[in-house]
Design a protein around this ligand. Sequence first.
Ligand code: CO
Length: 509
Amino acid sequence: MKSMSEKVEHSPKMQTLYELVAELTDLSHIMAVLGWDQQVVMPPGGAEERGLQLAALGKIMHQKFATDEVGQLIADLEAEVGDLYAETDEARSVKVSKKTYEKQAKVPLRLLMENIQATTMAHEAWVKAKAASDFSIFQPHLEKIVDLRKQYADLFKPYDHIYDPLLDDFEPGMKTADVREIFEKLRPQQVALLQEIAKKEPADNAFIKQHYKDEYQELFGRFVISRFGYDWTRGRLDVAPHPFTTEFGLGDVRITTRYLKEDAGSALFGTMHESGHAMYGQGVPEKYKRHPLGGSASLAIHESQSRLWENIVGRSKEFWSFFYPSFQMLFPDYLANVSLSDFYRGINRVEPSYIRVEADEATYNLHIMLRLEIEIGLMEGTIEVADLPEIWNSKMEDYLGITPPNDAKGVLQDVHWSGGMIGYFPTYALGNLASVQLWDKLLEENPNVPDEIAQGKFDTILGWMREHVHQYGSKYEPQEIMLKATGSKLTPEPYIAYLRKKYSEIYDL
Ligand code: CO
């Protein structure tokens, strides 16, 4: 009802901004449809022209938004609404739009186009390099990308740190110094925990490293996320080589998963993970449809939602006490002789591994920390791209005590850098931390939640996230969300305590 009255009260200039953002939102959702098609159904022959189509749309959006008229409109609106930190939707819409405008208007079209071209070629080179496990194929492309990212960061001088403008694109308001401070507290604790676990007998997880029948995996995935509260009237599930969630609007938030021959855990936990992202998108209120506040707070807050459903819920004892009997019945060939407690231990096995996306909860953040150090080094110029394979391997040894056998399992494993996404990785670890910090508050207010999970009931959890996170869309920055929801900014202590408690029990530490 409030949104109805707000509509009537908009000034003509505010109305102009809302209409412009509505149109840009439509265009970005069209791009999302093309991107989904590219990853889910497009034949390989479509790649080149699809790249051009996406670039054409990107150019149109830039030309519509990064104009002097829009700059003037936003300046006028800033004077009209006054304090940009006031908590009205109008003030926050102007604040969010101003920030986006300042970023886009600073970037010359030449740099934008050069970036699209460089990342398109780099992606192809990365695919080849990874298949051949040969970093030298990717090296010149990554050098170009690092150079372009430095040019981009320099547009935002003065900054405290050259990495700040990159980080801010994914985690609004977060500074390099903040992340370093959090990681410095986290690292010794995670390393110590890992060393204690390493002395114990590893849990057996051979039963999950199998090729479960795809159709049954899909059936179970759908069953679980339906229970979580994923809305199928506004979503669908498809198969893609690299699982992701995408939004074509509030009414169409899709997820993808993959069924691996060698690991049934991939789809099992991946589907829960993506459903967490998607339920966030589905939880943004109707009043923010085609609206400046219709997005999310940040990637870390997004990842807090996916990690919560995948790990805190999906790898919990209570969850499996409810779901294991049906899961076991679907896959008797692998599970008939595996008890619930052995299953629980197996899916929570801790083991230093080469690949980030397969890492367990106790080692995951260490993969992120080494990437952050490398990215900062690349941007500062203290690390040369040519030295990356060697630096990568020595940091893996430092953090996890293992050395990748080749570049494909080392420095080439992730797609992010080929897409120019430097500054993205820290959000994964920050999301892990946020997930537990939010969870602790939820539990404090709802101590019955573990019992509810054991009965297959998840509405208290989803309801709490709707109220404290989803309903705000992109109105608040991540630290504001954390402060409002939990009473404190993002901090590593709850996550450390969670890991210690969980693994002390499993490994009898
Ligand atoms: Co995710």
